[in-house]
Ligand binder design. Sequence first.
Ligand SMILES: *Cc1c(COP(=O)(O)O)cnc(C)c1O
Length: 464
Amino acid sequence: MDPAPPSRRSWAEPFKIKVVEPVRLVSPELRLTAIREAGYNTFLLRSQDVYIDLLTDSGTSAMSDRQWAGMMLGDEAYAGSRNFYHLEETVRSVYGYQHLIPTHQGRGAEHIISRVLIKPGNIIPGNMYFTTTRLHQELAGGSFIDVIIPEAHDPASEHPFKGNVDLGKLEAVIGEYGASRIPYVSIAATVNMAGGQPISLENLRAVRELTRGHGIRVILDATRVAENAYFIQQREPGQQGRTIAEIVRETCSLTDGCTMSAKKDALVNIGGFLAVNDWDIFEEARNIVVIYEGLHTYGGMAGRDMEAVAIGLEESVDDEHIRARVGQVLYLGEKLRAWGIPIVLPIGGHGIFLDAKAFLPHLDQSVYPAQALAAAIYLDSGVRTMERGIVSAGRDKDTGLEYRPKLELVRVTIPRRVYTQAHMDVVAESILAVYQERSNVRGLRMVYEPRYLRFFQARFEPLG
Ligand SMILES: *Cc1c(COP(=O)(O)O)cnc(C)c1O
């Protein structure tokens, strides 16, 4: 008898593997030693002690053969490298911004735009903070105000666009502080800290309308704008017939410039840029970049890196690529969801976010449940994830008190084009195993706290 036909046909990645890098699972004893030596902080593990590395999707993607070929075309001239002009041309055609300032990575661009636009006492509203973005805004003398819709703070809400701006809240912030104190609205696509959640075109158009009326700029964090476009294509009424490239272009057209970590969407291991339309901002930024990053035609990147970014940017807006990329994240998320494991819904674009408060209800936020859960997963299987909760949120710069974010998450981040479906199965089964033994996971005490972005280097010990 013929087998029954499947109810839906499978799809597969639009690539095959040409080079492999061995990975290895170390013994449970070695994992225990490793996590102790790392102060229960997965950022402090050595990668050789990690089996499947889902710490971040930043700079961890696999480059294509075209990108590697592009690396050989690096023009390492100090000034005026032809790779700079290729990148500039690509940013103009893929994103639509006129002027490019390359930087070593995303935070370099955040630093520069913050210095150019923010004056002490300024207010920067945005759709949820990002760690480095907010810190650079604060270091320039500004204060960030969150104007994301309330659903973004609720892991269980299945709102299709949890990255949307609450327009009423934004209007109230403008009313309270006055447009002259607001240099720009900071818009992320997708919103990393909310779980890789998208903002809709409809909402972004409304933000553009509202800010235009007040003469306020909109600066896009374009780090995952292609993934954001995929969700728009899948979920937003009227967008189904459009390509990712068209949606990305329109998204950027509703803003005045962007900061970009090319280490995410753009499929490179290092790189970033600032891109703007306004000549005056460009002129100032192009001057400042010389102090902190490098000459304005390389900004901290080698010529070959700029070439890889230019090629990666084009690959990032390919419909088949993005469907497979986000599709792999959905595959892992659907599996966990079917087993009843608490995750942020809807499933985001670059990773699965475990809801540590629901996963470990016996742990108060003060004992760092998400940090403890990331360590427990590593101990179980050598899979490396990271905390996105109270440790990442840090302290209020005025009161010195710890922020207590509503979201206490573990991010299981998927690098692009790196792992297979079998790796995803191993990850899912490890998380299930920890979930089944969750009452044994103990809280942590912080024993070392660095001053800035503490989550990267803080150290912990298990409680009692
Ligand atoms: C990674 C990231 C940044 C910072 O970029 P780096 O390249 O790591 O400096 C900024 N915003 C978002 C949303 C990011 O994910």
